[in-house]
Design a protein around this ligand. Structure first.
Ligand SMILES: Cc1cc2nc3c(=O)[nH]c(=O)nc-3n(C[C@H](O)[C@H](O)[C@H](O)COP(=O)(O)OP(=O)(O)OC[C@H]3O[C@@H](n4cnc5c(N)ncnc54)[C@H](O)[C@@H]3O)c2cc1C
Length: 457
């Protein structure tokens, strides 16, 4: 077995796999992908698998538009093995006073390059619903639906209190596992030399060799050493730890995010629904006696306090599937990654109660909730929530990661960008906004103070 590689990638999550694919596509041979776990089995196995070009941050919007271009090309060439759809994201509100803000935000995102914004009323509507499958020949931008009757006509399962909804159209979901497997298998056959372009090594990277500020190779938990002039840190929630092996401090932190699924036996969510997002903050619905009971104990009073916006759900699976996903980031949970993650057993019930504001049929589950499946993983985030893709201050070392809650949708564009950095090809306009070196730019640091955190949904 050769103990040499042209590139070693540490981490076989979706970002490491995508980096391998785009490096192989750029003609690089003898890539070794190292992971102590099976490929795509860590954070990349926990996501809700959704994508959108609907971003208020121009760099993120450009990145996602390009990533979706690449996803569409891959879907076309593979016969859509990863079942990409284009059902969209539907942001719904019952708060009349929030409609001007919802509209202004949609106009801003539309003008940044997400596509046209079309407004529809019950009296004048050209709204075209999204087909449940497929992704071609669909509108981009978004549709603003105004008025309860119009919303009810197209989404009869939503609350009759809903007064406005924004349907972002270059959005939907796919199978992240199938996408990852397609990229992994293709990377192995792209070299065209008869030799596999990519090998997988089942081990942990324990050391990165550096000589004269230049990468020389890695040492693995198996004791093996691989010589390589290029090392790519794609370690997901562990990029900070792996960065330290190079003596580089990577500015990220991690947050635990959960996801639940249940069988929607009462058919509360339409099986053809888009991703449904409740745009309003709320208080959870409790009976008076339940509320009094919760108020008595300091450990449970938080359950009667205000909860944030953005509880969301979508149908999962095709055919006879009754599964729906339930997601709600009602608590920020900054924590170091531990595996398996600590799961909050009340999460499914809280998410279900929160969803009842948007989907009144959920109340039918209050007395007897279907048995939930609960899992979770870690968002790895930079201070402004943009990814990190590019060279590190050690020759031959690169990072690709900090892809937070958008690592599946951005995977293709960040993988391609990383390959451009490694091979010296020309870089897209958004490259500087994602490069680790941005934090050395005083102007960028100044912008950071007012930029806030690029939103997650
Ligand atoms: C609940 C939830 C919902 C989400 N929903 C969405 C969504 O709808 N859309 C979306 O786009 N994204 C979503 N995400 C985010 C997405 O899942 C992540 O951004 C993405 O999976 C991160 O991929 P990664 O390759 O960077 O990390 P990972 O998948 O964590 O892969 C990193 C790999 O590195 C390996 N590794 C670490 N250290 C070492 C070492 N020293 N040696 C060898 N291997 C090592 C690990 O074993 C792991 O396999 C969601 C995430 C969560 C948790």
């Amino acid at each position: 077995m050769l103990n040499q590689a042209s590139v070693v990638i540490c981490g076989a999550g979706i970002t490491g796999v995508s980096a391998a694919y785009f490096l192989a596509k750029a003609g690089i041979q003898d890539i070794i992908l190292v992971d102590e776990r099976a490929p795509l089995s860590f954070t990349s196995d926990r996501s809700a698998e959704c994508y959108r070009n609907w971003w208020a941050d121009p760099a993120m919007l450009a990145l996602m538009n390009h990533s979706i271009d690449l996803l569409e090309e891959l879907a076309d060439e593979s016969g859509n093995v990863f079942r990409m759809n284009r059902r969209g994201y539907l942001y719904v509100t019952e708060d009349e006073s929030s409609v001007p803000n919802l509209k202004a935000r949609a106009e801003r995102i539309s003008n940044l390059g997400a596509g046209q914004l079309r407004t529809h009323t019950p009296e004048a509507s050209t709204y075209q619903p999204a087909p449940p499958e497929g992704f071609r020949d669909q509108p981009d931008g978004a549709d603003l639906l105004l008025g309860t009757s119009l919303i009810q006509k197209h989404f009869p399962y939503l609350t009759e209190k809903a007064v406005a909804a924004v349907h972002a159209r270059r959005a939907g979901w796919l199978s992240a596992q199938q996408l990852g497997m397609y990229l992994l298998e293709s990377a192995g056959t792209l070299s065209g030399t008869g030799r596999p372009g990519l090998r997988f090594e089942s081990a942990r990277v324990t050391e990165v060799g550096v000589d004269n500020n230049q990468v020389t190779g890695v040492r693995l938990s198996t004791g093996k050493r691989i010589d390589s002039p290029i090392f790519i840190n794609a370690a997901g929630p562990y990029i900070k730890e792996v960065g330290r092996m190079l003596g580089v401090e990577i500015p990220v932190y991690t947050e635990l995010h959960l996801k639940a699924s249940i069988r929607d036996t009462q058919g509360v969510v339409g099986r053809d629904a888009p991703l449904l997002i409740w745009n309003d903050p709320q208080s959870l619905p409790w009976e008076d006696d339940e509320r009094d009971f919760l108020a008595e104990d300091p450990e449970t009073t938080w359950l009667i306090e205000p909860f944030p916006a953005n509880v969301h759900t979508r149908p999962e699976g095709s055919g006879d599937s009754q599964t729906i996903l339930l997601l709600w980031d009602y608590q920020d949970k900054v924590s170091e990654p531990v595996w398996p993650p600590l799961l909050d057993e009340v999460y499914p019930e809280i998410a279900l109660r929160g969803l009842a504001a948007m989907l009144p049929g959920m109340k039918g589950y209050f007395d007897k909730m279907p048995r939930p499946h609960l899992d979770g993983g870690y968002y790895t985030k930079t201070p402004e929530n943009r990814p990190l893709v590019g060279p590190l201050p050690v020759g031959g070392a690169f990072v690709i990661g900090a892809v937070s809650g958008y690592g599946i949708m951005s995977a293709c564009a960040v993988g391609e960008l990383l390959a451009c950095h490694v091979t010296g090809k020309s870089l897209p306009e958004y490259a500087p906004a994602l490069a680790p070196s941005r934090y050395e730019n005083p102007e960028y640091l100044k912008q950071l103070e007012t930029m806030g955190n690029s939103e997650e949904l």
